[in-house]
Design a protein. Structure first.
Length: 165
């Protein structure tokens, strides 16, 4: 843009067969750059015990259970569970228990320090206390019962002055 601001539009590049020319890619870029926009994302966290995870995410982290799907309602697991807090959703799933503890999520929040204090008061397993990172965020990390880490972050104002103009 002429005034130096960045456009909010972005191009999607489709990686296809090696025989595509740059003209073909430019055509695809034009074709896929449209008004269709991604509006949100939902991290999917692998857990080993859905009841334990539901308790932790709801009682300790302040999320609310939104839904639970169990193929066999008489069994606790496997389960696909949705929780939400402040309009932000996480999905917890125990269908791939071998992946429990190997998934993480990163969530933007308005105040990392207040959230850390809330979590600590409720007995959360704090992986990282509120820390100013060199890349311009202030972050806290919480570990769930399976070892998954949920990072909550705030952009530090002093590092984003150029973006606020």
């Amino acid at each position: 843009m002429p005034d130096g601001r960045r456009s909010s539009a972005f191009a999607v590049y489709v990686i296809g067969p090696a025989w595509l020319t740059s003209h073909d890619m430019a055509t695809r870029e034009t074709t896929f750059a449209s008004n269709i926009m991604i509006t949100s994302a939902v991290p999917v966290i692998a857990v080993s015990d859905s009841a334990r995870s539901e308790d932790y995410y709801c009682r300790i982290l302040g999320f609310q259970k939104m839904f639970a799907y169990r193929p066999d309602p008489s069994k606790g697991d496997p389960c696909y569970l949705g929780v939400a807090r402040d309009g932000v959703w996480l999905h917890l799933q125990s269908f791939k228990r071998e992946r429990a503890g190997m998934t993480d999520a990163f969530l933007w929040v308005s105040d990392v320090d207040l959230l850390h204090d809330e979590f600590s008061a409720r007995g959360a397993a704090v992986q990282l206390p509120p820390t100013n990172q060199t890349w311009g965020t202030r972050e806290t990390g919480i570990r769930d019962p399976d070892g998954n880490v949920i990072v909550f972050a705030t952009k530090r104002p002093e590092t984003n002055a150029a973006l606020q103009k």
